[in-house]
Design a protein around this ligand. Structure first.
Ligand SMILES: *Cc1c(COP(=O)(O)O)cnc(C)c1O
Length: 385
């Protein structure tokens, strides 16, 4: 054999079946079949055997199985990001002429998709008040095919009565999807409450270190596995095994990270609540925060992300200077990582309330909360006092 051929067809190999404690990274497009009779072309890798990298190498399939186990789902598809999970859900449940309902507090790009691509496809998406609860029944039409929930809502943190919405939807045979990113798939037991589909931005708590973008789409039963899986396969939602490996690593420390983040975020939220320049703290674990009673009933904990609103006497220019004056808190999108972040939302629109550009969202990281409080306090003193 020429040495060039030898490069591709070696005769000697390391022994197989290295029994690593952690899941290896399987990087592959092509799967080699034993013989022509064994050739199959099927996206159902878990039940039909591995066929092609697009449908997930063992590293990716392992991550899906782990998320499904933690969320109590029938199956979890791993997708390139939280937004990819959202778009796949829409395309699996809606067609031209469909009507969908989405809370106005939903993740921004969810609504951008609804009023962009979906509208152009003749899919009607209607926003609803996140506090609607059982009242959702009045908005359901004969062509309503999907109801989105997200609790707490993005940025403004509205808690939804998801069980009441599910009950009303079930009575009319409408599918309910939840964006369960806030709860990391663990603090709100979506499948026990009867959702059909749960999505997560694994980018946030599962990844946990701000170094990957990944999503999950979990389904409740085999009929939904077939319905969603067919669309997922047609869309070609491939993810890198390296990213899946990082998410598997993240899962190992999710428990300790969430515990620490919850305690730190609560300490800082309570400190802010008592501050003379703060009007409102939007953190569902605070007793006077809207939706607190529902949160207490349905959730087993709270997370690292929350918002607060400065009082009327603080002009919006000072809010900007405040976030720019923070030292530990960096300015950046996303959340759920190890470092603290702050963000402002000029022009934020919510039909029930005008926050007048005085809202700041914080993501609390793993720094000591007293250092973070000192940072916030110094920035307020410098800019506002
Ligand atoms: C970040 C986020 C997403 C989108 O996730 P990506 O992985 O960034 O695409 C979706 N929903 C919520 C609630 C999020 O916070």
């Amino acid at each position: 054999m020429h040495w060039r051929s030898k490069l591709l067809h070696p005769t000697n190999h390391a022994p197989k079946d290295y029994n690593s404690l952690t899941t290896p990274v399987y990087r592959a497009s092509t799967v080699v079949f034993e013989n022509t009779k064994g050739i199959i072309d099927n996206w159902r890798q878990k039940t039909h055997g591995y066929t092609y990298g697009l449908f997930g190498s063992p590293t990716v399939v392992e991550l899906g199985i782990r998320i499904a186990e933690i969320e109590g789902a029938h199956h979890t598809f791993i997708v390139p990001g939280g937004q990819a999970a959202i778009s796949t859900v829409y395309l699996a449940f809606c067609k031209t002429g469909s009507h969908c309902l989405v809370p106005y507090s939903a993740y921004g790009p969810n609504k951008e998709l609804a009023y962009g691509l979906l509208k152009n496809m003749g899919i009607e998406v209607q926003t609803y008040d996140p506090s609607i609860g059982a009242g959702i029944a009045d908005l359901i039409k004969p062509n309503t095919h999907l109801i989105w929930t997200e609790s707490p809502g993005s940025i403004t943190m509205e808690i939804q009565d998801v069980p009441a919405i599910i009950k009303a939807a079930k009575a009319r045979g409408v599918a309910v999807a939840i964006d369960n990113t806030y709860s990391a798939g663990v603090m709100f037991d979506a499948f026990k409450h009867g959702v059909d589909v749960s999505v997560q931005a694994l980018t946030k708590y599962i990844g946990g270190h701000s170094d990957l973008v990944l999503g999950s789409l979990s389904v409740a039963n085999n009929a939904l596995y077939e319905k969603v899986g067919s669309i997922w396969a047609q869309l070609g939602m491939n993810v890198s095994p390296d990213d899946a490996s990082l998410a598997l690593r993240g899962l190992q420390t999710l428990g300790v990270r969430l515990e620490k983040l919850e305690a730190s975020a609560l300490k800082i939220a309570k400190w802010l609540k008592d501050h003379a320049d703060v009007e409102l703290v939007l953190h569902p674990a605070l007793p006077d925060c809207g939706g607190h009673e529902i949160w207490k009933r349905d959730f087993t904990g709270s997370a690292s992300v929350f918002s607060f609103v400065f009082k009327e006497h603080v002009p919006k220019e000072q809010v900007i200077t405040f976030v720019e004056s923070l030292k530990f808190f960096k300015l950046g999108f996303s959340w759920g990582g190890t470092q603290s972040l702050a963000m402002v939302y000029p022009g934020l629109h919510r039909p029930n309330r005008d926050y007048k550009d005085r809202l700041v969202r914080l993501n609390i990281g793993l720094e000591e909360p007293d250092d973070l409080i000192a940072d916030i306090s110094a920035a307020i003193e410098k800019v506002i006092r």
